[in-house]
Design a protein around this ligand. Structure first.
Ligand SMILES: Nc1ncnc2c1ncn2[C@@H]1O[C@H](COP(=O)(O)OP(=O)(O)OP(=O)(O)O)[C@@H](O)[C@H]1O
Ligand SMILES: [Mg+2]
Length: 313
């Protein structure tokens, strides 16, 4: 099982659209796919046709990642009416809002990882739709992820902001979870007709190189139509839907290449590391721990410099 987070700094740039587009590509390829809806607005849950009252949701999982709770929070998407396969959603809840702490504890930050370890054998790909911030929930998602895509609009300002997000991510990777990698920045709502748009993407590629994904997603109304109807873009009629589906296929291919064949096991499965960390760091916030890590790194650097100086003398 591989886990991918779809994030952004800002709201409304297309996280849910990208998460659902990739889920649609994975489903049409026959991958057993789970979408985790961490956004309190629950748009991904709706887009997957899971509408109604749910006994348990991702909010319960985050409070108590027990096997039974995890299983009850997952429902099948109505997309399976189109063709057989596995496409499930861990249903979202407005309650996750209250769990989105700006300074999460180390215990909180591991909970999704521990929960996903419980369904490790049931899915090939897990896609997490995160809220539009880099608070506790997004970082909980990142800790559980192998890769993160940062979605942004095609403007310099947005890409600069997205690049800042990749720094927050890098900090988390160094401090807690070396398995995590940024896949890159994905430009959404690109308008090929506008020469200004073309220019900007070229400019962005010059500035950010391979930190920008090779594929861009165009502005297409079919995406809104499919999402509104609770249908996968791969099952939507028309040429425009086919073209945009192919873009998502290529992005999924790019993700799969980056992930390679190796499937890392969830930390939660051999959770001794998590337990040790929890024992040592109980009650500390993630920021405190990362600060400690940073302080340690700085101290090592200072010592190295001192060591070099001594050699010189
Ligand atoms: N490439 C696109 N072409 C056309 N419409 C798009 C595209 N990407 C996103 N949209 C539309 O823009 C709106 C916002 O997109 P979306 O909900 O995916 O953003 P989001 O980042 O998940 O927002 P939020 O932060 O509120 O969760 C939606 O109505 C969606 O259908
Ligand atoms: Mg969204």
């Amino acid at each position: 099982m591989h886990v991918l987070s779809v994030s952004s700094l800002k709201g409304g740039v297309g996280k849910t659209t990208v998460a659902l587009g990739l889920a649609s590509a994975a489903f049409s390829q026959g991958l057993r796919t789970l979408v985790v809806d961490l956004d309190p607005q629950c748009d991904a849950t709706t887009g997957l046709g899971a509408i109604g009252e749910f006994g348990e949701t991702v909010a319960d999982v985050l409070q108590n990642p027990r096997h039974s709770v995890v299983h009850r929070s997952i429902v099948s998407s109505t997309w399976t009416k189109l063709h057989p396969g596995v496409i499930d959603v861990m249903v979202g809840s407005p309650k996750t809002q209250t769990l989105d702490s700006p300074s999460p504890t180390i215990q909180e930050i591991w909970r999704l990882e521990i929960a996903l370890a419980k369904v490790e054998r049931e899915y090939d790909l897990v896609i997490i739709d995160t809220p539009p911030s880099v608070n506790g929930l997004t970082r909980t998602a990142w800790v559980a992820s192998d890769r993160v895509i940062i979605v942004t609009e095609p403007s310099l300002f947005s890409v600069v902001a997205a690049d800042r997000t990749t720094h927050a991510l890098e900090e988390l990777r160094k401090g807690l979870t070396p398995r995590l990698e940024t896949l890159g920045i994905l430009i959404n709502r690109f308008r090929p007709q506008s020469s200004e748009g073309d220019f900007r993407v070229t400019e962005l590629r010059e500035k950010y190189g391979n930190r920008i994904l090779p594929q861009v997603i165009e502005e297409r109304t079919v995406l809104q139509q499919a999402q509104g109807a609770g249908r996968p873009i791969h099952g939507w009629p028309g040429e425009s839907a086919t073209e945009i589906s192919q873009t998502f296929d290529r992005i999924l291919e790019f993700i799969q290449k980056s992930l390679g064949q190796k499937t890392p096991s969830r930390v939660g499965r051999n959770s001794r590391k998590v337990m040790r960390l929890n024992r040592v760091l109980r009650g500390q916030t993630l920021d405190e721990v990362l600060k400690d890590e940073a302080a340690e790194a700085a101290e090592t650097a200072v010592q190295n410099i001192l060591g070099l100086n001594q050699e010189k003398n």
